[in-house]
Write a protein that binds this ligand. Structure first.
Ligand code: PLP
Length: 369
């Protein structure tokens, strides 16, 4: 059994970012380039094969480099998982997270797949609360802005044999975030990866582990070279079934009242945003279908006008309209297409719940500070 500590020691940063410099960062946060003054650290030792282990010494530390043994398992065999979620400042100054329990559960699904220890859900939630409590001034309050929280776990045992590490580190860092794709919402072009797969049957596609992202980078470079912001991956073995983007799930609007999204086959990451959109669409009476959706269906639906909108979704960029799907052979979608109505309405509704401007009917928000 993995046991759980309860209190966090606070080692405050003696040299925090000066107030003026922080204000300059918060004036234009960008994404993932600046970090708050502190981080969370919790160490684990045990044996996942035997189901034993202990999380110990939870603490807040000054943000700074990690010291790892050059033989640490993560540096050789990539035993690493992570999460991504946001803390939103509401109009009354309070700070909230959105469905953090879903991230805690997903971290543990990833942990099981990567043979890393599970982290008790309460410890995950406490780690976010502790970090945001000490770094509260880092939560921006501009429209669409937030403090992005990045929990992660790495295998730290110094041992070159290939087996699950008997030591691990869980940490959380925080980074103020603006609008992911910058400025106003406009449809993004997506590159269709023909040569690379992100995940395969029995692989790690459903886990949020670093290796999946490393494997997507050459495809991302190909997309960049063709002026596209994200890459779409297909499942070749299922008749060119649409899977997901390198970092976002996808949805298609059929005839205005049906929403289709690729079903979870084990090769797709189950997004918290995806799950929330499915619920919000059902709440408004839409017909939501989680099923196989192929490239042929997309092409045909666009040609005949039955697919009226396509969008991508994820924590970082919330909901982003897809303009065109571009590949060497063809382009699906119209140049200069405007964001769809359903897309923008779901986006507005989700953002209003996250930022406390609308009622939270499903109890998705948790107050941190
Ligand atoms: C591969 C992948 N798919 C989907 C998502 C969307 O997940 P979420 O909505 O939980 O951010 C992400 C982002 O975390 C991702 O990296």
């Amino acid at each position: 059994m993995t046991t759980q500590p309860t209190t966090f020691a606070r080692h405050l940063n003696p040299d925090p970012v000066p107030e003026e410099a922080r204000a300059a960062i918060l004036a234009a946060p960008g994404f993932g380039t600046s970090f708050s003054d502190h981080m969370v650290r919790i160490d684990w030792s045990g044996d996942v094969e035997k189901g034993t282990g202990r999380w110990s010494d939870p603490r807040i530390e000054p943000y700074g480099p990690l010291v790892l043994d050059p033989a640490a398992a993560v540096l050789h065999y990539g035993q690493e998982i992570f999460e991504g979620l946001k803390a939103y400042r509401h109009a009354d100054g309070s700070v909230w997270t959105f469905r953090a329990e879903a991230n805690a559960a997903r971290l543990n699904r990833s942990a099981r797949r990567l043979a890393l220890p599970e982290l008790p859900e309460q410890l995950f939630l406490d780690s976010l609360r502790e970090l945001v409590a000490v770094d509260e001034q880092w939560v921006p309050d501009g429209d669409g802005e937030s403090l992005y929280l990045r929990p992660f776990m790495v295998a730290t045992e110094a041992f070159l044999g290939v087996r699950p590490s008997r030591q691990a580190l869980y940490a959380v860092i925080a980074s103020p975030a603006g609008n992911y794709f910058g400025g106003t919402v406009k449809p993004v072009d997506i590159w269709l990866s023909r040569d690379y797969a992100r995940a395969g049957r029995g692989g790690t596609g459903a886990a949020k582990c670093g290796g999946n992202y490393a494997a997507s980078l050459v495809a991302q470079m190909e997309g960049d070279a063709h002026g596209c912001q994200q890459v779409m991956f297909l499942d070749r073995d299922r008749g060119d079934a649409v899977e997901e983007l390198g970092g976002m799930n996808v949805f298609f609007v059929h005839g205005g009242d049906t929403l289709v999204t690729p079903e979870l086959t084990g090769t797709i990451l189950e997004g918290v945003t995806r799950k929330s959109i499915i619920q919000l669409a059902k709440d408004r009476g839409m017909n939501v279908q989680e099923r196989r959706f192929t490239l042929d269906e997309w092409r045909e639906g666009w040609r005949t006008g039955t697919i009226t909108e396509a969008f991508a979704c994820g924590t970082a960029a919330v909901i982003t309209p897809i303009g065109r799907l571009v590949s060497a052979e063809e382009t699906i979608g119209d140049e200069g297409a405007r964001p769809g109505e359903v897309t923008m309405d779901l986006r507005r509704q989700l953002l209003e719940i996250q930022t406390g401007r609308a009622e939270d009917p499903h109890g998705w928000l948790t107050r941190l500070v």
